[in-house]
Ligand binder design. Structure first.
Ligand SMILES: [Fe+2]
Length: 237
């Protein structure tokens, strides 16, 4: 599918929403000619489908009034089924992007790749609040150079570099149930994110997942961590 964002002249990134779309709603009202880009954990697939569709239809109408569009990637708290190419573009101004979606906007090439591991997966119900195919997938055949890379999780050298106490809590909880791979899976995931960033070589990398806000320059590249409900517009890309 070809994505046409030639009429949008502003970019606004959105942090994790977890099913509370009021920030998206308000920013959709406030911004004109804007491409809204969501870094995942939108919270798709957790509420009654009709109610969910109605909320996105309302956002879609507001986006249309303001010549704006929305594109988002899957986090670990999204049903991956929404982000398949056959079902994702179900409203005209809203697109739930499959992994390795490329597009151009304001003369800038964007690459979007979703996915991450849920640390609390042992406490979740499969195919209801947790999906086995939630993980980030490194696909070398789909990697090309891009100016801006948007992912849900991040390389190991980006903030946060330490594992928070809640991560250790869930590692122990999984171990109690006989599964001892979580720590290694998390380390591997962030390691392959490093490989992705190196291969894509973007000027700007934007991500979420960690429920914190950070802006850091590492080896000449800006890495921007988006907090929950945070909205951020880069001064220049
Ligand atoms: Fe997440």
């Amino acid at each position: 599918m070809t994505l046409d964002y030639s009429k949008q002249t502003n970019i606004l990134f959105h942090g994790d929403s977890h099913g509370d779309w009021r920030s998206i709603f308000h920013h959709a009202q406030a911004m004109k000619d804007c491409l809204h880009i969501h870094v995942g954990d939108i919270g798709m697939g957790f509420i009654d489908p009709e109610l969910e569709r109605q909320q996105w239809k309302t956002i879609n109408e507001i986006l249309a009034e303001n010549n704006s569009r929305f594109i988002g990637i899957r986090g670990n708290h999204d049903n991956p089924a929404f982000f398949k190419s056959d079902t994702s573009h179900y409203l005209e101004h809203i697109y739930f992007a499959p992994d390795y979606t490329y597009f151009e906007c304001i003369g800038t090439i964007f690459l979007l790749v979703g996915g991450a591991i849920s640390i609390d997966r042992t406490n979740r119900e499969k195919n209801v609040s947790w999906w086995e195919d939630e993980v980030f997938v490194y696909d070398e055949s789909k990697i090309r150079k891009a100016d801006v890379l948007v992912t849900h999780t991040t390389p190991d050298y980006c903030s946060p570099v330490e594992y928070a106490s809640v991560v250790h809590y869930w590692i122990v909880e999984e171990a109690k149930k006989g599964r001892v791979t979580l720590y290694n899976e998390l380390v591997t995931e962030r390691d392959i994110l490093s490989k992705l960033v190196a291969a894509v070589n973007p000027r700007l990398h934007v991500y979420g997942h960690f429920h914190d806000s950070c802006n850091e320059r590492i080896n000449g590249r800006i890495h921007r961590l988006m907090d929950i409900y945070e909205a951020w517009s880069p001064v220049s890309i």
